[in-house]
Design a protein around this ligand. Sequence first.
Ligand SMILES: C[S@@+](CC[C@H](N)C(=O)[O-])C[C@H]1O[C@@H](n2cnc3c(N)ncnc32)[C@H](O)[C@@H]1O
Length: 290
Amino acid sequence: MMLHAELPDYICLPDPFSTDFYERFAREIDVYFAYAFSMSTSHFLVELAAERGVELRSIVDMGCGSGWTAIDLARRGYRVTGLDLSQNMLDLGRSRAEVVSATVAWIRGDFCDFDLDQPVDLAVCLGESVGYLHTPARFVTHLQTVARNLKSGGLYVAQFSFPIFHWATVDCDIRPPFVVFSGFEPIARTARGTVDGVEVEFDAYGDIVHYDPASQICQSHLRVVRHEPSGPVVHEQLEAHRIYHPAEVDALARLSDCFEPVGWYADFFLDAPLAGRPDSPCFISVLRRR
Ligand SMILES: C[S@@+](CC[C@H](N)C(=O)[O-])C[C@H]1O[C@@H](n2cnc3c(N)ncnc32)[C@H](O)[C@@H]1O
């Protein structure tokens, strides 16, 4: 799906820009999602809901990819919907859910424009998928869409990449292959695995090519390497994601007229508040539906 339309002219995106890479290389990227998946995310969401007095029964995972977290939540007994633009990602999720006998409703759709049958108790947008909302206006549209699918008092949890994660990479010019630096700790962003008997690598954020402070848009390469018997075959595409700042998310949430910011975390642990954690590679915002 092309996402260029309706952008103001201070924004420069790679041309053509799309998120089709997720569709074309779903199985290779799934290798990375499997590597990045952690049960601590679901654990955090469940504990958070309890702490905030939300009786948690139903959840929508927006930009769910191949559904690792959606399935984990379903296995814990919640009614889960996984929503994504990529049909191939959803198909991978569906197959895996069948294997582990988990029930998830899989919906192909845009997290800026969808309608569930019934509003849910918790909406999540994980793995920095919110970065694909390239303008503050689109983020507000997203929030308003989420709000009509969320019960009053329900929670919205989104994971954003934290600016230092990118600035460290851009400014310090430290770009060894497959590793970026956050603060002082190197974070491996490459996963390796096997697809159809072929060894593959997926490199997320390995090489940031441009950060535009005017639009807060960061361009980097998504890169898949397939080690075919004849030699490595590299598929590469520029992707662009917007860096949001906590104060901005706070302001846009209030501007949406639907949400109240209620919590900020540096990681998927209730005892990891964002305050005092400038070295964190991400931040997690918790908004409550009015
Ligand atoms: C970085 S991946 C994150 C996947 C998953 N949440 C995780 O943490 O592993 C981003 C996902 O968002 C999906 N996506 C991007 N834009 C979207 C949109 N507007 N609506 C729904 N899904 C979208 C992509 O297809 C992709 O599967």
